[in-house]
Design a protein around this ligand. Structure first.
Ligand code: ARG
Length: 589
């Protein structure tokens, strides 16, 4: 039966049992005390809350623990409860409780996680590459992390609105459009399968840049183009649109290669806010949030100063009347709160922009665009480094093209799969290579604590050992193929009593049961690496179980059925966990 409300985890059940026991055994003063349920080496869980409670009650924690243990005597939830150490309570679940949990989760397509109370409308701003430029590894991180957060938050009950704030406006367009209009066949051209979109764009950018640097008259014409663009000259706009369309095609190619949820509909580029910028500036000035300083309209902050202690301006409108990134982001934020009705705004953008977002949020608070109760958060991430520990660049010092990194990852996966799974058809091998190669890159990114830098190392990413995507994909596929073999050798139940759960079985069921709490923690902290760590621990608990507890050759049919259920739930949990990270979990590898 699919549960609408999530099944309570064992830890949550232990928590409420202990709360009740505290109050019953120690009196009304113990009401509301947190029992602090933690995993334990000596039992399934341990309650540590009596140490703090004893201080409050001025009692001896060991004595209190004795009373709580007596109170819990006979509870059907636990097979064994004992006081230990300075005042801990060790909790061992009854086999029936573990088996019940296994059955309830296993029979629900949502694994008993149900749908939590509905959560706020959340806008996730991510990817946001710049038109007519290569996407770089920073955009890769934003795209991968943002995609995982979108999936996780949606699963945990939020209404999520994706926003791809592409950089599609700015003075660099003057030179691009000018060059394009003077050389009509440089971009467009006919669709040539061998020429990826980006090569044409890159060629346009390179050629325009070279001319701009060498030719003063071209410079002047380019500047006039910027003015023409801003005033909406049709021919200029058409050139701009051509470039934007070409870039979108390229971004779409990357997104489909990556298998992320972003589509063209999610694009709300900087240019879409152009008409609001003057209004924002006027409004901020009228409210006294922004003031004129040296001709520019600026916002100041007490705690944002340069090294001489001079306030650093947040420039809303330049002295020449132009607008930049700050004004656009304020218009964007206002739109998300006012029109999209967001209660939570997330910006998945690299750490170097921390100051920018601090100033955007603070300005928006002052101006009333960000009312009380609406939360805005800069979901920062660190840099991707090369093997030398420096920001990732090619040997020639150029920014490395994203697409070539992804292609290289897939090529290596192709080799691994050809070697390890020669039985798969050529077509299946190719699909697996995509799933494994892309999964490896995503997992390596997501499994590192978000704010840390990491080294882009394909050897490590594609290693079959350790905390990698490939390791988890293989762990999942092994379980599935084992279960498939089993289905062919069905045995009749023999009616005997099932003996107690083995320690490795208990440990695995307990780990499986912690999946929901892990997802809650990820949705709260916006840290996908916690889910990665959980899945890795789960795969390890499974491998301990599998070593200690034969499934195909289980001693009785009862034991086998129970182990099969454990294997199935492990497979389902790994598959769901990977899918929430945006990573494929093929049935066969
Ligand atoms: N296009 C920007 C860049 O490449 C990122 C935009 C992030 N989103 C935003 N609302 N500012 O750095």
């Amino acid at each position: 039966m699919p549960a609408d409300t999530p099944i309570l985890s064992l830890a949550a059940q232990a928590d409420s049992a202990l709360r009740a026991a505290f109050e019953a055994a120690l009196g009304p003063q113990a009401a509301g005390a947190d029992p602090i349920i933690r995993p334990s080496e000596h039992a399934d869980y341990q309650a540590n809350g009596l140490l703090a409670l004893a201080k409050k009650l001025k009692g001896n924690p060991r004595e209190l623990a004795g009373k709580v243990v007596a109170q819990l005597d006979g509870s059907p939830l636990f097979a064994h409860v004992e006081a230990s150490g300075p005042g801990f309570v060790n909790l061992t679940f009854a086999d029936t409780a573990l088996a019940g949990q296994l059955a309830a989760r296993g029979s629900d397509p949502k694994l008993g996680l149900g749908k939590a109370a509905s959560r706020p409308v959340t806008v996730v701003d991510y990817s946001a590459p710049n038109i007519a430029k290569e996407m770089h590894v920073g955009h890769l991180r934003s795209t991968i992390i943002g995609d995982a957060l979108v999936r996780l938050l949606t699963f945990s009950g939020s209404e999520v609105i994706r926003q791809n704030h592409v950089g599609d406006w700015g003075t660099q367009f003057g030179m691009l459009i000018e060059h394009l209009l003077e050389n009509p066949d440089v971009a467009g051209g006919e669709e040539d399968g061998d020429t990826p979109t980006i090569s044409r764009l890159a060629a346009l950018y390179k050629a325009a840049r070279a001319r701009f640097n060498a030719d003063e008259e071209f410079q002047t014409r380019s500047r006039q183009r910027v003015v023409a663009l801003q005033s909406g000259d049709p021919e200029t706009l058409a050139g701009w649109q051509e470039i934007v369309a070409e870039s979108k095609t390229y971004f779409g190619e990357i997104y489909s290669k990556l298998g992320v949820l972003l589509t063209d509909e999610d694009i709300a580029g900087e240019s879409s806010y152009n008409d609001e910028l003057q209004g924002i500036a006027d409004d901020l000035e009228r409210r006294g949030v922004a003031v004129r300083s040296e001709g520019a309209l600026c916002v100041f902050f007490d705690d944002v100063v340069d090294k001489d202690g001079k306030p650093v301006p947040f420039i809303i409108q330049k002295s020449d009347g132009g607008f930049g990134y700050p004004a656009t982001d304020l218009a964007t934020l206002r739109h998300r709160v006012r029109d999209l009705k967001a209660a939570r705004l997330l910006y998945v953008v690299g750490s170097p922009q921390a100051l920018h977002f601090k100033m955007v949020f603070e300005t928006a608070r002052r101006a009333g665009y960000l009312p009380e109760g609406v939360e805005a958060e800069h979901v920062q991430f660190g840099s991707v480094l090369g093997a030398d520990g420096k920001p990732f660049k090619s040997r020639e010092g150029e920014t490395i093209r994203l697409i070539s990194l992804l292609d290289e990852a897939v090529a290596r996966a192709r080799a691994t799969i050809a070697e390890r799974s020669p039985g798969l058809s050529a077509q299946a091998q190719e699909q697996r290579a995509q799933e494994v190669g892309i999964g490896a890159v995503k997992y390596a990114d997501l499994s590192t604590s978000r704010t840390r830098d990491y080294v882009f190392d394909l050897d490590r990413m594609l290693s079959l050992q350790g905390n990698t995507g490939v390791y988890l994909q293989y762990a999942h596929a092994r379980i599935r193929s084992m279960l498939a073999r089993l289905a062919e050798a069905e045995a009749a139940p023999d009616g005997s009593e099932a003996p107690p759960l083995e320690p490795a079985e208990r440990a695995l069921v307990r780990t499986l049961d912690e999946f929901g709490a892990t997802l809650d923690a990820v949705a709260e902290s916006l840290e996908p690496h916690r889910l990665c760590a959980y899945l890795y621990a789960l795969a390890q608990a499974f491998s301990d179980f599998y070593e200690a507890c034969p499934v195909l050759k289980a001693p009785t049919a009862q034991i086998r059925a129970r182990r099969v259920a454990i294997c199935e739930l492990t497979g389902d949990t790994l598959a769901l966990g990977l899918s929430l990270l945006g990573i494929a979990a093929p049935e066969r590898l």
